[in-house]
Design a protein around this ligand. Structure first.
Ligand code: ADP
Ligand code: MG
Length: 520
């Protein structure tokens, strides 16, 4: 072969191999998890994120932070995906998952330094993950999931999320009411709970509405602002003069011809209101625009109409009222119409909101969220959505466990214990996994202002006495070792399970890579 090197990649390709590739990937992954570490727990700090166009987001939410950051490194991107998977699967615990993934990577790096083969690390982590999942299952609380208990779950997920301690219990109460409203034997229809935000007013003004809310304003001053026993049409058609298909030019030669042309146009514009009135419709929700003249005819017919309604809101109204979306008013049939107990317009500050309440087809409820500024309202919306998700997860995916690090400390200990019975170098990886789990209570201690080492030592000592019931409870400005169950700090077991699974998956995937080939 003459020993001449053969080039199979283009000159622009960047290639890193072996330990260099591993180190660079691991550092990137660690950096991402480090970025969210300080936000973990109720005393975690917030981050202000500014995009290149100057949009500002202030949040404590792991998934939001990672999504908003402009992360390019592919290995770092995998940690972002951990947070996204966590958000999709259970809706909370994104910071936990990202921090755990980062720590698993950090431990993997030390193992690689000690010449433990990546495959051994992967096997050890997988074994440890199974022990951890088993330990979590064993920690699921057996008491019934009462409203009181669920409120605590909701509150635990909201504390530290800018909801303000005073309003948190009121919000938690409404979260549980909302979820109970959409729960039946088959489980929770989480999608039937919507959150609608509106700036202005304090967050304690947040209320639960038995229906769908839309930002749309009534089209015409003469329309009714409240309709009881409403028959509703949800329409995706522009109300206006139809554009002629061919470019025809009329030359009008007489007044009669002009009047005839105008009459024809008028008839066409009147048809919308006529067809709808004939079908018995009192409320029209259109995702498209409605021109002034058809709007006036609708008002004449006593129909309340909304134009350019948000697609998502229109879909929710259709699903709640049992309407099918129609793209041709002229063909509307009875089967396309929905019904609701009331449709009414309420004024908030300078703007109106439309409320469609008591829909006949689904028990949709909406939490109307108020708050002083847009940033407050946005963070409140994220907090509520997490709280709704955790209550759903608790009810539908296997109960709750003690929070505040109590579960993690038992999991770490169990994994460490079982490591002893595992042969060879794989044992090192299992032990490393246990050490990695410790990062969660350690970070909670740090973020509550405790000394992380002392906090962890005290927690372990307390856990000796009351296994699974010792946590680092944040109270006021500091933290102390206490019983999370008594303090009402409870998390869904599903959040812990998913965090262990997704963090392990990402960390092992990154650790296994030893060759990065990047095209320019
Ligand atoms: P994540 O994105 O992982 O949900 P959070 O910032 O929401 O991160 O923090 C969740 C952690 O905070 C959980 O481990 C939970 O048990 C813990 N936690 C919640 N409330 C308290 C509290 N009052 N004291 C101590 N820990 C708490
Ligand atoms: Mg959370």
């Amino acid at each position: 072969m003459g020993g001449r090197p053969m080039f199979i990649l283009s000159e622009d390709t960047e290639r890193t191999q072996g330990r260099d590739a591993q180190s660079s990937n691991i550092s990137a992954g660690k950096a991402v998890s480090e970025a969210v570490r300080t936000t973990l727990g109720p005393r975690g700090m917030d981050k202000m994120l500014v995009t290149d166009t100057g949009d500002v987001t202030i949040t404590n939410d792991g998934a939001t932070i990672l999504n908003t950051m402009d992360i390019e490194h592919p290995a770092a991107q995998m940690i972002v995906e951990v947070a996204e998977a966590q958000e999709d699967e259970v809706g909370d615990g994104t910071t936990t998952a990202a921090v755990l993934a980062g720590e698993l990577l950090s431990k993997a790096e030390s193992l690689l330094d000690d010449d433990v083969h990546p495959t051994t690390i992967v096997e050890g982590y997988a074994a440890a993950r199974d022990i951890a999942l088993d330990a979590i299952d064993g920690l699921v609380r057996e008491e019934e999931l009462t409203d009181d208990l669920l409120r605590q779950v909701a509150e635990s997920s909201m504390t530290g999320k800018g909801t303000g301690d005073v309003t948190t219990d009121k919000l938690a109460d409404e979260v549980v009411r909302a979820i109970r409203h959409v729960e039946d034997e088959a489980g929770v229809s989480r999608d039937e709970v919507r959150v609608h935000t509106r700036t202005g007013g304090s967050s304690s003004a947040t209320e639960l509405v038995p229906g769908v809310i839309s930002d749309a304003e009534p089209l015409h001053d003469n329309m009714p602002l409240e309709v009881a026993d409403a028959t509703i049409a949800v329409i995706d058609e522009k109300f206006g003069v139809r554009e002629t298909e061919i470019d025809a030019e009329y030359s009008v030669e007489s007044v009669e011809q002009l009047t005839a042309a105008m009459d024809a146009e008028d008839r066409e514009l009147r048809e919308y209101a006529d067809a709808l009135a004939e079908a018995g419709v009192d409320v029209v929700v259109s995702t498209d625009s409605i021109d002034d003249r058809p709007a006036a005819y609708l008002a004449d017919a006593g129909i309340l109409a909304f134009e350019s309604v948000d697609d998502d809101e229109a879909a929710a109204i259709a699903s709640a009222t049992g309407a099918s979306r129609t793209s041709k008013v002229a063909d509307i049939e009875d089967a396309d119409l929905g019904a609701a107990e009331t449709v009414r317009v309420r004024t908030f500050g300078d703007d109106d909101l439309a409320f469609v309440e008591g829909g006949q087809a689904a028990e949709t409820v909406t939490m109307l969220v108020r708050g002083g500024t847009e940033h407050v309202v946005d963070e409140l919306e994220r907090a509520l959505s997490d709280a709704l998700d955790v209550v759903t997860a608790a009810l539908d995916s296997g109960g709750v466990v003690a929070g505040a690090g109590a579960t993690e400390i038992v999991v770490a200990d169990r994994v460490r214990e079982e490591a002893a019975s595992i042969q060879g170098r794989k044992q090192l990886a299992v032990e490393a996994f246990a050490d990695a789990v410790d990062v969660l209570p350690r970070t909670l201690a740090e973020n509550t202002g405790m000394d992380p080492i002392d906090g962890l030592v005290d927690l372990r000592a307390a856990n000796e006495e009351r296994a699974g019931r010792a946590g680092l409870i944040a109270t006021g400005q500091h933290g102390e070792v206490g019983d999370p169950v008594e303090a009402g700090v409870l998390d869904p077991a599903a959040v812990k399970r998913e965090a262990v699974e997704s963090a392990t998956e990402a960390a092992t995937m990154i650790a296994r890579i030893d060759d990065v080939i990047a095209a320019e």
